[in-house]
Design a protein around this ligand. Structure first.
Ligand SMILES: Cc1cc2nc3c(=O)[nH]c(=O)nc-3n(C[C@H](O)[C@H](O)[C@H](O)COP(=O)(O)OP(=O)(O)OC[C@H]3O[C@@H](n4cnc5c(N)ncnc54)[C@H](O)[C@@H]3O)c2cc1C
Length: 388
């Protein structure tokens, strides 16, 4: 545990995952100190240390495509800016369809992605095989592919942003929980912790799967829901898979790391909530094994090195929540990133930092703002292309 050094900060960020740390970095670069990040666990204890490292620009909504495209550019220059190699490998993302309905869905995504200037391709089954010869052709009726999508290693990214933020003066207190939000005259005045209150003009809720709990502690009901997702890594094998592969029918996603491990997961019917823990369930391994071997037959002989789970922070429309809560001035949301917070972090947290400073941001409040859930007539276009 590292106690905060000061009694008061301009901005306190709750959550030391990639969203909280990247936000602190953008704020520090803007000269907005003093800044404190409160993390009740250890670095990478949340979803940021438990994800598949996928970075893709193939999405249903233009807003997500634009944020993701910006993030791809940022991850390409990450090593130069932060001095750590994130091992961002642009082997592409290959989506697989097994029915005409899935083909139609991918076609619509493809049209939107192309109209945003990204050269996604629609593939016939034989072209799928050219891109990923290790996968079984059985049942595949087509797919889409974008070669500038890719994967990275989350840990060096997290560590690099942590180090850089601290070098710019951000304080990160590990092992310190935000128990509640202190109000004064109708706005945020600080954060309650086990060792007392820390004063703050602004509090950023970057608590990932626990963001709804933190909002509730601030007296603000929200529609975010934590959902548990499981993932595993096999023992390493010779390189056999360049792209990240996603199969729509069962939500399977898998990529191969530079060390040769196959890393992937699939949708499981877990009840919402964070009570399920972060280990693996007895149902996951057999179910994932069946899915993976159906896709990559040679995986049948592979041992599993480790399996674990983490929490998506889901919203009803699949889009993150970014901006100040109109019910509590000074309380800024940076949450609801579902299964794509790592890839969107560099771009979206630049907007979070601006929102925390009271500056205008270039995101449609009807799509990203917290007030959208308070509007009974909301009509945001949902983003539901979730797996991987
Ligand atoms: C299995 C899995 C696979 C995924 N695959 C991908 C992928 O391929 N690509 C991608 O982009 N995304 C992926 N994601 C999603 C991605 O990991 C998350 O969207 C992202 O890491 C969210 O970052 P965060 O900082 O918001 O949350 P987190 O990393 O969860 O950080 C939140 C932190 O807040 C802390 N906290 C919570 N409450 C409090 C409190 N009251 N006081 C103090 N601290 C608190 C927690 O301890 C936690 O460390 C995946 C997620 C999972 C679980």
């Amino acid at each position: 545990m590292s106690a905060p050094a000061k009694p008061r900060y301009r901005i306190v960020i709750v959550g030391g995952g990639i969203v909280g740390l990247f936000t602190s970095y953008h704020l520090a670069k803007a000269g907005a100190g003093p800044i404190l990040v409160l993390e009740r666990g250890f670095l990478s204890s949340g979803a940021s240390g438990r994800n598949g490292g996928g970075v893709r620009q193939q999405w249903e909504t233009r807003a997500t495509i634009r944020l993701a495209r910006e993030a791809v550019q940022e991850y390409r220059r990450f090593g130069r800016e932060f001095g750590y190699n994130p091992w961002f490998r642009q082997g592409g993302y290959l989506f697989l369809a097994e029915t005409r309905t899935e083909i139609a869905r991918l076609h619509s995504v493809h049209e939107t992605v192309r109209s945003e200037g990204l050269p996604s391709r629609e593939l016939a089954p034989e072209e799928v095989r050219e891109i990923a010869p290790a996968i079984s052709p059985e049942g595949i009726v087509g797919g889409t592919f974008l070669d500038s999508d890719g994967t990275l290693y989350p840990f060096p990214v997290l560590w690099a942003v942590y180090e850089k933020a601290r070098s710019l003066g951000v304080e990160v207190a590990l092992g310190v929980e935000a128990l509640g939000i202190v109000r004064d005259r109708g706005r945020v005045a600080g954060v309650a912790t086990p060792s007392g209150t820390i004063g703050a003009d602004v509090v950023v809720n970057a608590a990932g799967g626990w963001s709804a709990e933190l909002s509730r502690r601030a007296g603000l009901p929200v529609e975010n829901t934590p959902t548990r997702h499981e993932i595993l890594a096999t023992e390493p094998v010779k390189p056999c898979l360049d792209p990240m592969v996603i199969r729509l029918s069962d939500g399977l996603y898998v990529s191969q790391t530079m060390r040769g491990e196959l890393v992937g997961g699939r949708s499981m019917p877990h009840a919402p909530g964070t009570e399920g823990g972060m280990s693996t369930s007895p149902e996951f391994l057999p179910s994932m094994a069946r899915s993976l071997v159906r896709l990559i037959p040679r995986a049948a002989s592979l041992g599993v090195l480790r399996a674990w789970s983490g929490y998506y922070d889901d919203t009803p429309d699949g889009l993150p929540v970014i901006g100040e809560d109109p019910r509590l001035p000074g309380f800024v949301h940076a949450n609801g990133f579902g299964g794509h917070g790592f890839m969107l972090a560099p771009a979206s947290t630049r907007r979070v930092a601006k929102a925390a400073l009271g500056e205008a941001i270039d995101l449609d409040p009807g799509a990203f703002g917290p007030a959208r859930f308070l509007d009974p007539d909301r009509r945001a276009v949902p983003e539901h292309l979730q797996p991987g």
